[in-house]
Design a protein around this ligand. Structure first.
Ligand SMILES: [Zn+2]
Length: 140
């Protein structure tokens, strides 16, 4: 193995969250320069409740590749509130939104853990704050 990364990060394509996620990974998680990244609309939804089965396969394949090529040990699944992939109706109900994301993130972790038992999966739910800030809640 010539080069290793610590983690693979999966997050949504939503441009509003990109700078905040990057900042969080660099400054809070200490992952600067040490992670692979996959960005797809809906993030963990593609694992837990994919629009098409091939969407789920695509993500699992990226994890497998990241593991084989870069020996990652950790996976960060980052969903976010007000996500277009989940629809505006869900975003209008904060309680339902929290439940849905928590449920999907946990289902995604279960799926990944079954396929890759040696990968530690971290679950995060992001939301926009004021002045382009992004805040993160850890999901257990
Ligand atoms: Zn989104």
């Amino acid at each position: 193995m010539s080069h290793q990364a610590k983690a693979l990060v999966l997050h949504c394509i939503d441009f509003r969250f990109i700078p905040g996620i990057k900042n969080y990974l660099h400054k809070q998680m200490g992952l600067k320069g040490q992670y692979d990244k996959v960005a797809v609309a809906g993030a963990a939804k593609n694992l837990a409740d994919p629009a098409k089965p091939e969407d789920q396969e695509f993500i699992l394949r990226q994890i497998d590749i990241s593991k084989r090529l870069h020996a990652i040990t950790d996976l960060y699944l980052i969903n976010h509130r007000d996500c277009g992939a989940y629809g505006a109706d869900l975003a209008a109900d904060a309680v339902a939104e929290t439940e849905r994301h928590t449920s999907d993130l946990r289902a995604a972790r279960k799926l990944v853990s079954q396929r890759f038992p040696d990968v530690t999966v971290h679950l995060l739910l992001a939301k926009l704050g004021g002045e382009h800030q992004v805040m993160f809640e850890s999901v257990s």
